[in-house]
Ligand binder design. Structure first.
Ligand code: LFR
Length: 462
């Protein structure tokens, strides 16, 4: 994506789009990171002259480098099963409560910490001298400079969200060598310039600075939520739905841990207090199983299926791994004694209703845990284009939903670069610019909240 930002302009153009296809080998599920890097180079070539480059991407996953800085194998995918049961081993040394008090990170089987513990007896890990999170790895290949960007570092479960520095005591107790990580850098910090070979391959004229952005995609997306003031919740909807509040400090209470809320760091000292909900992943996997039918037509027929016939717990770990998703959803409906969705339209309706219910629970819990009420829910990311999901979320919560921008992560990334170049102001000014320049769609709740509440109670069980 290329972003052009000025005092009163914010333009976004797609230079190039490339697939990100996980690959399963006998050693498990991996990312094809060389294909991703090739896609980045193709994107730079297609973009033409640029003033700056910044990379954001998903969290927790990483590449391991040897003493020469060479990548040791393909990075493992967070949906790989190698971390099953690892958290319990870690908790035997550091109880889950203490882990949360030190890092504020919610339990997810794939947190970097658990991945490291799962990997540490392998030959590859013993050879590793450096760990770079995925956006930092791609940045390293572009510039030759290594760093660990702070917003993404906070997802490792090895960072103290109060200090923005590593949780040294915790790493010590678990025998994790923090020297594996390159020095921390903050969004807006310089991350080097494109290497001469990269310039040659992309046809760009140097020097081209690379800027550390809020490199966790969700941190970039939250930065680009076009909100005013503080009384808003956000839902970053893509493969995941990340639902929560932007706060000045982490919430490290036992209630917050029990509700599985995380405290990831955001732009400029903000905290993203949120819950990870298995989002449109459920639908993406169904689409894959159905041979990728036309999404517009499918959503139109799903909208005609009666709402709330059957719902599943979208947060259930049973939906984490890829494969056979329509059957797994049907199985969950059958097991809970609800009508079993048969057609793709019925399954789609079930998924979207279930997501809206999960959004409802997360936004209600977030307000309770942080002691802050909200007046509006901002939906950003790909799901902002899904009218049925946005309307259902508004109905379920009884709150207005403001949808857009869909490309929030790219905009947040570009805005931090533009700020580093002196073209835009602080976070509030970025949001004001977004409000002036990006179109959003407002969904008013239709007064059916009681039905959603009843469905939530049904799902929660007796
Ligand atoms: C979204 C995201 C989430 C993170 C998940 C796994 O793309 O970055 O924030 O929890 O992917 O890394």
């Amino acid at each position: 994506m290329t972003v052009r930002a000025g005092a009163d302009t914010l333009d976004l153009a797609e230079a190039h789009r490339f697939p990100n296809r996980p690959v399963r080998t006998p050693e498990g599920l991996h990312w094809d990171v060389l294909a991703l890097y090739a896609g980045v180079l193709d994107g730079l070539r297609a973009a033409g002259p640029v003033d700056s480059v910044g990379i954001d991407g998903w969290a927790v996953d990483h590449g391991l480098l040897d003493a020469d800085g060479a990548l040791l194998g393909n990075p493992a995918h967070y949906r790989d099963s190698r971390t099953e049961g690892v958290a319990e081993q870690v908790w035997a040394t550091v109880p889950a409560r203490e882990l949360y008090a030190a890092t504020g990170i919610q339990y997810a089987p794939f947190n970097t910490l658990y991945q490291l513990v799962a990997a540490r007896s392998t030959a590859r890990f013993r050879q590793a001298r450096r760990l770079l999170l995925i956006p930092d790895l791609l940045t390293y290949w572009l510039t030759g400079e290594q760093g660990t960007e702070l917003t993404n570092a906070s997802t490792t479960q090895l960072l103290d969200p109060r200090t923005g520095d590593w949780a040294y005591g915790l790493a010590d107790r678990l025998g994790i060598d923090l020297g594996l990580f390159a020095p921390l850098r903050r969004p807006g910090d310089p991350a080097g310039v494109l290497r001469p070979e990269v310039l040659e391959e992309t046809g760009l004229r140097g020097p081209v600075p690379v800027t550390a952005v809020a490199s966790h995609d969700t941190a970039s997306a939250v930065a680009a939520v076009p909100a005013t003031g503080e009384r808003f919740a956000y839902l970053c909807t893509g493969t995941w739905s990340l639902a929560g509040l932007e706060l000045p400090a982490p919430v490290l209470t036992e209630e917050s841990r029990a509700a599985n809320f995380t405290n990831e760091l955001g732009l400029d000292g903000t905290v993203r207090h949120l819950r990870n909900i298995a989002g449109l992943w459920l639908l993406q996997e169904c689409l894959r199983a159905w041979g990728d039918p036309d999404l517009g037509a499918l959503l139109a027929s799903a909208a005609r299926v009666p709402e709330l016939r059957s719902v599943v717990d979208a947060g259930d770990a049973a939906f984490l791994a890829p494969g056979r998703m329509p059957e797994r959803i049907a199985g969950a409906c059958r097991a809970s004694g609800q009508p079993v969705p048969q057609t793709p339209a019925e399954v789609t309706r079930c998924v979207l209703d279930s997501l809206a219910l999960a959004h409802r629970a997360a936004v209600l819990d977030a307000q309770r845990l942080a002691g802050r009420a909200v007046d509006v829910v901002h939906v950003v990311g790909g799901g902002a284009r899904n009218a049925l999901l946005c309307q259902s979320t508004a109905d379920a919560l009884g709150l207005p939903v403001v949808a857009g921008p869909a490309e929030a992560a790219a905009l947040g990334n570009g805005l931090v670069q533009a700020r580093a170049l002196g073209h835009v102001g602080d976070l509030a000014a970025m949001r004001a610019l977004l409000r002036r320049t990006r179109r959003t769609v407002r969904y008013a709740p239709r007064g059916t909240t009681a039905r959603w509440r009843a469905a939530a109670d049904r799902l929660a069980g007796p």
